[in-house]
Design a protein around this ligand. Sequence first.
Ligand SMILES: [Cu+2]
Length: 470
Amino acid sequence: MASRRDFFRGAGVAGAALAASAVSRVALAALPEPVTMDKATTQPPLAPPNGRPYNPVVTLNGWTLPWRMNQGVKEFHLVAEPVIREIAPGMKAHLWGYNGQSPGPTIEVVEGDRVRIFVTNRLPEHTTIHWHGQRIPNGMDGVGGLNQPQIPVGKTFVYEFVARRPGTFMYHPHADEMTQMAMGMMGFWVTHPRGAHPLIEAVDRDFCFLLNAFDIDPGSFTPKVNTMLEFNLWTWNSRAFPGIDSLNVRLGDKVRIRIGNLTMTNHPIHLHGHEFLVTGTDGGPTPKSTRWYEVTTDVAVGQMRQIEFLADEEGDWAFHCHKSHHTMNAMGHGVPTMIGVDHREVVKQITSLIPDYMVMGERGMADMGEMEMPLPENTLPMMTGTGPYGPVEMGGMFSVVKVRRGQRPGDYRDPGWYRQPPGTQAHEWTGPLAQPARFKSEGGQSMPASGKPAAAEVKVRKPDGHSGHH
Ligand SMILES: [Cu+2]
């Protein structure tokens, strides 16, 4: 298995000239050697070794597929195959993907490039690839049965077209789609503009990732493919927090993040500390007159959104889906709300029978972030991750944009946790507490009911500190 590092050893910066001269005509007539990735961590951007220049993207917990230039045509080789993907440290999933990972590698080309993509099918069933959002000849659109026969098991098909429109796209099968997408078959595609473009600005950092979701029972490895709504792992590029890498940028950088949604529900993606503009969709760059600042943008099913902001506030800024259930990992769906319920007596009785029994959520669910309950093997805690000040109590679609003065241009490494300057962090109040002023008519209503309602009494036991019940 050739890793990307091996590939670059042969075809790095110095390899560009070599590639043109040393590869014989016979070799060019054969399939390009497929390149495989064995890591689930974010790989550095792939600077184009040949062809038109562009500023490459960084695929979150992913990589860009190297190509071969063959008489002016960019040739890629995708291999559809079963893969083992680490969803986060402590959990691996048996998925289907491309070239060793799910999602597949990002494909980066330039507007006007002629592109030839060989697709080899090593799955146990037929497949195709649809190039979502692109202007291409109808026979290249990849809908099995409609535009082409499906690619049989063991066979290789060729797709060839000109990347006509610059923008943010994705690719996925259009054959047994429910199964193949539920198993993780998808990838990102970026067509960079050829030269200056009135609606596409140069940025310092350009990130991309796909929103995807899986239904994997705790303790098992393979997604259930018939699930329509009740997914239990909400992922970015088939990774769940705390397995999603942070997006590390330099203070003052112009940052672009491209997001595509191949789950079965919408995701309001929210950035802390900055406002952004939506500068593009899968339809291309948005007209400037349609842009306004916001801090959350909803990415609907099958859509792509491209957001841009100036990273001018230093710190560790949360970046996540705003559906709170999507920042959780696998959990039982039938958990009743236990807030305010005192079940210490019940626990005493149960623990005499089941020593490991633990009560969930008497004071909310935060205890679960702290406790890390005993779990079946290959299962992620529901809420986990530890920051510099304690448990982060998150899972799923959550990461951090790290803005740092000292982050060098081109350096994507994690700078570690942000150190709050003295006097700039929320802290405990230790002075006297003032009595709140009460308004006299508090509790009135503008349209009182004619009859008098029966008095009801509700008793709630207030939370009382940490001791005594676990
Ligand atoms: Cu979501």
